[in-house]
Design a protein around this ligand. Structure first.
Ligand code: ADP
Ligand code: MG
Length: 554
């Protein structure tokens, strides 16, 4: 469908719907607020989980904002923008996806109140942008604590806070250790700072056992078994050939060239085939390889020859795993077996097949390049391991964030509450309506601690008063430590409870939420091309969201 933006001015196709000014704004704000409401109740340790059922009946249970929004199918263009920011936050910093959407929703709600008072949206946008900058400045200057990125005690706190809001919170202590060790293992010094490539951390999950059986493997786990029963299952000082070619004879050749007319000929042909396979195996084993990891199939005859040569082989390994294996073991990926030499082989201290529940998996440990690890995620059921894996992902990302940008702030809404209060003081320096926008921004920030409180069943007004009083008492020295202790249902010093988050995540939350809110506020005209006939909603209503159609390309 042609984007209506390209159409000449005022010449709109028949059926095109146009919503203008306040109507358009209200409509967009409402849609975005609805999305924020969906995830708001899942914020924080006392947030609830959502059960999402896909059209084909797959069930996901999660409280991860990005996952919730990914699974639900929103139609409204402004709602889609909210989904986009949660995705962007997921990609940028990995954690804080729910907070981003909740904050954006809150900012829009406050903006709506100003629009009702005839404050122009351009003024609000301007005020929000300045306030966001100021908030980040406040956090950096008076709330952030610089840490040593290798200090495990700090990293444990961060990982535990990230997992405190998840289904896995009871095991967050054990998991924090796994996560922190995994990330430190792959951290590399680049100039003065540490960098983490999370691609070097592979997570494999298997339902069964319990979450605390989750463990870190110094190497790579393949969810594949050794291909032939006669092969060794345990090889030390392994010399590894990485083969990116089939160890079989391509069936097409078979079809094309053979014209068998007698049993004799058939036998000859098979002998010939065996010879080719044997020569492939001989070629590989002549290099001194003791392990063959192959991305394609391995013919039964080839398996037989490999096992006779005492080689452990695994077939049909995923491309992405082949790349990781190459990096970890220093093996060169071979596509032409005739060219393999001993220089192409990689090394691992141990290659071994283990039973994981009913499956057999191959573990490649003690690799040449130790900057490659796996986390084997365990848990009672498929859904538990899935959510555990998502929580571990968030924690890994949090640790990466704080290692690369080693500043932390107190969680539980403490940082937001302090910033909110300081923004209110700062508004005095602004004039007129900009002041109103900045105040609205301060209110928006406060929504985070209040949402945490509400989800814990605490009274929001009561919490707000207590929080403001506590913070006023310490605001002169700028300490951000009073937040919502949701586990004990009170406003408390959360630094004392070791609830810390990466500053990088908070900055992203504020930036992304402000950006989305402003983007939505700047739209004063929605022009939606008419839908194609069979999917059309009754004209004039434009579907469940009113004026704006779903195909609008914003
Ligand atoms: P997000 O997707 O935004 O990370 P979460 O559901 O993970 O959302 O909740 C994160 C929020 O929970 C953060 O504001 C964090 O500070 C807060 N939080 C984590 N642990 C605690 C705790 N023990 N007490 C209060 N708040 C906490
Ligand atoms: Mg989180």
């Amino acid at each position: 469908m042609m984007s209506s933006k390209q159409l000449p001015i005022l010449v709109l196709k028949e059926g095109t719907q146009e919503t203008k000014n306040k109507d358009a704004q209200k409509n967009n704000i409402n849609a975005a607020k609805l999305v924020a409401q969906i995830v708001k109740t899942s914020l924080g340790p006392r947030g609830m989980d959502k059960m999402l059922v896909s059209p084909i009946g797959d069930v996901t249970i999660t409280n991860d904002g990005a996952t919730i929004l990914k699974e639900i199918d929103v139609e409204h263009p402004a709602a889609k923008m909210m989904v986009e920011i949660s995705k962007a936050t997921d990609n940028e910093v990995g954690d804080g996806t729910t907070s981003t959407v909740v904050l954006a929703g809150a900012l829009l709600e406050k903006a709506e109140q100003l629009i009702d008072k005839n404050v122009h949206s351009a003024v609000i946008v301007e005020g929000f942008k300045k306030s966001a900058q100021e908030s980040i400045k406040i956090l950096r200057d008076s709330a952030a604590i610089k840490i040593d990125p290798r200090d495990k005690a700090w990293l444990y706190k961060i990982a535990q806070t990230s997992m405190a809001s998840k289904m896995v919170s009871l095991n967050s202590k054990d998991l924090a250790e796994v996560v922190v060790n995994a990330v430190l293992n792959v951290a590399e010094k680049v100039g003065e700072t540490l960098k983490v490539d999370t691609d070097n951390i592979k997570t494999e999950k298997k339902a069964g056992g319990s979450i605390q059986d989750t463990r870190l493997i110094q190497g790579i786990v393949l969810d594949k078994e050794v291909v032939h029963a006669g092969m060794p299952k345990h090889i030390e000082e392994a010399r590894i050939a990485l083969v990116n070619a089939p160890l079989e004879i391509e069936k097409t050749e078979f079809d094309a060239k053979i014209n068998v007319s007698s049993p004799d000929q058939m036998q000859k042909f098979l002998d010939e085939e065996n010879k080719i396979l044997k020569s492939m195996v001989d070629k590989i084993s002549s290099t001194g390889a003791t392990v063959v990891l192959c991305s394609k199939g391995i013919d039964e005859m080839a398996q037989h020859y490999l096992s006779k040569a005492g080689i452990l082989a695994v077939r049909r390994i995923k491309e992405s795993d082949m790349t990781k294996l190459s990096k970890a073991t220093n093996a060169t990926m071979i596509t032409n077996i005739d060219e393999i030499t001993s220089n192409d082989l990689g090394y691992a201290k141990l290659v071994e097949e283990h039973k994981v529940e009913t499956d057999k998996w191959v573990f490649i440990e003690g690799c040449e390049n130790p900057k490659s690890v796996s986390i084997l995620v365990r848990g009672g059921s498929e859904r538990v391991v899935d959510e555990a894996e998502r929580s571990i992902h968030d924690a890994i990302m949090s640790i990466k964030d704080v290692i690369e940008y080693p500043y932390v702030i107190v969680g539980g809404g403490a940082a937001e509450a302090l910033a909110s209060q300081k923004i209110r003081e700062w508004t005095d320096s602004l004039s007129g309506r900009a002041q109103l926008a900045a105040e609205a921004f301060a209110d928006g920030l406060e929504t985070i601690p209040l949402a945490l409180a509400e989800n814990a069943g605490m009274d929001p007004i009561d919490t707000q008063v207590r929080l403001r009083t506590k913070i006023s008492a310490v605001i002169s020295n700028g300490m951000a430590k009073y937040g919502v202790d949701v586990l004990n249902n009170k406003v408390a010093d959360l630094a004392a409870k070791d609830i810390y988050e990466p500053l990088g995540v908070k900055e992203q939350v504020i930036n992304a939420a402000t950006e989305a809110a402003c983007m939505i506020l700047r739209i004063d005209n929605v022009i939606a091309a008419s839908k194609t006939k069979d999917t059309a909603t009754p004209s004039g209503t434009g579907g469940p969201y009113g004026g704006a159609g779903a195909d609008m390309d914003l």
